[in-house]
Write a protein that binds this ligand. Structure first.
Ligand code: HEM
Length: 248
């Protein structure tokens, strides 16, 4: 195959309406030119990171819209937008596995080009870490009547599967998907550079374990733990075995 002519074709001429509207000329110039790549895997490495930044941009923008919809208590609209965010999150975790098709040696070559860069410098990731505080304040204001209603009521004593419950579960799903990304990313690190390695900043990769324990909305996990204790108080700390005759 004539590699050169196919590569020219991939760029396109940037003149057709599709290319003009989507700005394909600029978009496809965001990766290194083929002869500047240190190895063929470097193209994939750049594209996966760039695509993930775009998903995070879409997620962060959608979360701003969700905040507006929650304030207006347009719960159906907010839930549809949450679904969009959750799908982006699922894709983000899934797409990491593309990088597991790269051999450890091919990655070592790429890694030498990354300076002391770290994913912690990702603009998308940083903004997503900052947003939960504001989202939670809006949730409390709009769905818990500024704190007059409690999560215990929403989840247990007054439980009716209402919009306050559904929105809380959408926030919990966001939190859970975030954890799933961090877990998948940790596996990717182990696969690429090993378990006991250091990052390009010289820090042990194990410091990322702290993030694996981080909860964006601790109240949403706490309410479940409190329910387990409360409901469990009927049997105490440890439950006896069921009686095979009475099943009680
Ligand atoms: C071979 C692939 C990859 C390796 C070996 C890798 C490795 C690492 C390492 C060692 C760190 C810790 C850096 C530090 O000390 O600050 C880190 C952080 C991070 N990386 Fe990656 N990474 C890879 C791919 C990706 C991809 C595709 C993304 C997509 C967005 C990404 C996003 C992040 C983020 C967001 C953090 C910060 C995580 C946190 O604070 O919990 N990484 N990565």
């Amino acid at each position: 195959m004539d590699r050169q002519s196919y590569q020219t074709m991939m760029r396109g001429a940037g003149q057709l309406d599709y290319e003009i509207y989507l700005n394909t000329e600029q978009l496809l110039a965001c990766q290194k030119e083929p002869d500047a790549l240190c190895n063929p895997d470097e193209l994939q490495f750049m594209i996966v990171h760039q695509v993930e930044e775009l998903w995070m941009k879409l997620m962060a923008t959608t979360l701003l819209d969700i905040d507006d919809e929650m304030q207006a208590r347009n719960s159906f609209k907010a839930l549809t937008l949450f679904r969009r965010v959750h799908i982006c999150q699922e894709m983000m975790s899934q797409q990491l596995s593309l990088l597991e098709t790269m051999s450890p040696k091919d990655y070592q070559r790429i890694r030498l080009l990354l300076g002391n860069g770290s994913g912690q410098e990702s603009p998308g990731f940083r903004v997503l870490l900052k947003m939960p505080k504001d989202l939670w304040a809006t949730y409390v204001d709009a769905y818990l009547d500024g704190g007059a209603r409690t999560l215990e009521q929403v989840y247990d004593s007054d439980y009716s599967h209402d919009d306050a419950y559904m929105i809380a579960e959408a926030l919990a799903e966001f939190d859970e998907q975030f954890q799933k990304f961090r877990n998948a990313h940790m596996q990717l690190i182990y696969r690429s550079i090993g378990v006991a390695a250091s990052s390009l900043k010289g820090r042990p990769v194990e410091i990322l374990n702290e993030g694996l324990r981080y909860k964006m909305f601790p109240e949403l996990w706490q309410v479940r733990a409190e329910m387990t204790d409360r409901w469990g108080s009927t049997y105490g700390k440890k439950r006896d075995k069921l009686d095979p005759k009475t099943h009680a």
